[in-house]
Ligand binder design. Structure first.
Ligand code: GDP
Length: 196
């Protein structure tokens, strides 16, 4: 169950984030991947996370309190073509410091657009997470946009690429913010990890 979601803080410095006293689940992915929509779908809010206006603009770590039991974190997206070098370097620094410095981080949900065949930028980001030994879980988004078989084909192609990079495949979920596909499964996964 996920009852009450409440915005807490926006930060650039992970040391100023709320106290690391509850399990934390972070969401990250390429701009436009459907991250805000998924966060709103999970929390049953229309506008908890802002549906992207200008992609790549917000460079903030956003914390939400969920039922006083765990933190949901909306991280700024990567791989936006128009972002200049300085912004990219700031993002790298901020995200690396956050991902490696947050001791309560229980899972990093990396969002992948299920409409596409494997994209280099996503594979590179996940490989980077792997090098940092982060607890990556893959969330394939927008599954309602094509047939089940097309989604399945793209997911398996992606997993095949992952197999070349990792000994152990990360867990994954197929989701849609429109049909709510994957919601119960994903909340179930979070609950299991919060309860431990
Ligand atoms: P963000 O930049 O990753 O936060 O992406 P948004 O949540 O703003 O979504 C980008 C665009 O994709 C918006 O136009 C959304 O309405 C659309 N979108 C996001 N998730 C889904 C989904 O599950 N299904 C469909 N059909 N469209 C989606």
């Amino acid at each position: 169950m996920l009852k009450n979601a409440r915005f807490l803080t926006s930060n650039t410095d992970h040391r100023k984030c709320p106290p690391a006293n509850k399990p934390e689940f972070a969401f990250i992915g390429r701009s436009n991947v459907g991250k805000s929509s998924l966060i709103n779908m999970l929390t049953n809010h229309k506008h908890l996370a802002k549906i992207s206006g200008k992609p790549g603009k917000t460079q903030l770590i956003n914390h939400f309190d969920i039922d006083g039991r765990w933190y949901m974190v909306d991280l700024p997206g990567y791989g936006f073509a128009k972002v200049n070098k300085k912004l990219k370097a700031d993002w790298d620094k901020m995200i690396r410091a956050y991902l490696t410095g947050r001791e309560n981080l229980t899972a990093v949900f990396v969002l992948i657009d299920s409409r596409h065949s494997p994209q280099k930028i996503d594979l590179e980001f996940i490989q980077w997470c792997g090098q940092l030994q982060l607890p990556v879980v893959l969330l394939f988004t927008k599954a309602d946009k094509q047939s089940h078989s097309k989604t399945s084909q793209n997911v398996h192609q992606f997993l095949d690429e992952m197999e070349k990079l990792f000994v152990e495949l990360p867990e994954f979920f197929v989701t849609s913010a429109v049909t709510f596909e994957g919601r119960d499964e994903l909340i179930g996964f979070i609950e299991e990890n919060v309860a431990e």
